[in-house]
Unconditional design. Structure first.
Length: 271
């Protein structure tokens, strides 16, 4: 279905990749996946490798990951990935739908980024942050945990070197830092389960209506069997996450493998 990407395009990402074999022993085709973060990349690859339908079309799944927007752009701009996790604004900027026929398969809801404290309502003031221990994500691509709080500090004319910042590897770890008293506040999204440990009175929004990421599949052919298998597997994977946010995954296709596959809200069948 999709052509294999040129090796020269992905040489720099070899060390940030995970590969697994499907159930097929003879198929030489490779399904190339790109996402943000090692754990997610490995989980996606494993769940796709275990799928019977994917095994009929591919012999292996290679899952790459990156932490910078420029990494996503590298894969997206050249159409390297068959399946990619990206923001809708990047897809639109590179006209990826018309150029490579990337189709949204599943997506995550819009959300609000918050400053979250355990003892007081955070204030958006320069003086407030200077003596605080702040928890951020060590993921330059995370908007709620990295990009937006740093943009806020810049807007307030705060030099990052003057701040006491502790970096965490996940939103869960951020919450552990806050709950244990190792930091005074964190930057993240708010989920229902947070009310068990923190007060909703002690959160301050940084920005709302932030668009969630989506998984896009390159559909150069009307390969709806693959589309439906990928959608099913990604949806199952999301539902198995502990995060309330990721549990609310949205599917964009109505799949009936015995009849027709239609885009949600579309009266025309895809094939």
């Amino acid at each position: 279905m999709q052509g294999k990407p040129a090796v020269s395009d992905i040489d720099a990402f070899i060390e940030t990749s995970f590969q697994c074999d499907t159930k097929s022993e003879v198929n030489l085709n490779e399904l190339v996946v790109y996402s943000s973060g090692k754990v997610l990349a490995e989980d996606v690859a494993k769940t796709l490798c275990a799928d019977d339908i994917i095994s009929k079309q591919y012999g292996k799944v290679t899952s790459y990951w990156g932490y910078k927007t420029s990494d996503t752009i590298e894969f997206l701009g050249k159409g390297i990935a068959d399946l990619i996790l990206a923001k809708e604004n990047l897809i639109n900027a590179f006209m990826a739908e018309s150029t490579y026929n990337y189709q949204a398969v599943v997506g995550f809801p819009d959300y609000t980024a918050y400053l979250i404290s355990s003892k007081e309502k955070p204030r958006i003031e320069k003086s407030y942050f200077l003596d605080k221990r702040i928890g951020l994500l060590d993921y330059p691509t995370s908007r709620s945990g990295h990009i937006l709080p740093k943009q806020l500090f810049k807007k307030l004319d705060i030099n990052l070197e003057n701040l006491n910042i502790t970096y965490a590897s996940s939103h869960t770890e951020l919450r552990e830092l806050l709950a244990s008293g190792k930091v005074d506040l964190i930057s993240s999204y708010w989920q229902d389960s947070d009310q068990q440990r923190f007060s909703i009175n002690y959160i301050t929004p940084i920005r709302d209506n932030i668009s969630g990421s989506r998984w896009y599949l390159k559909m150069q052919d009307e390969n709806t069997d693959l589309l439906c298998a990928v959608q099913t597997r990604l949806t199952q994977l999301a539902h198995n996450q502990n995060s309330h946010y990721f549990n609310h995954v949205e599917s964009f296709w109505e799949c009936d493998l015995n009849q027709q596959t239609m885009k949600v809200g579309d009266s025309n069948a895809a094939n």
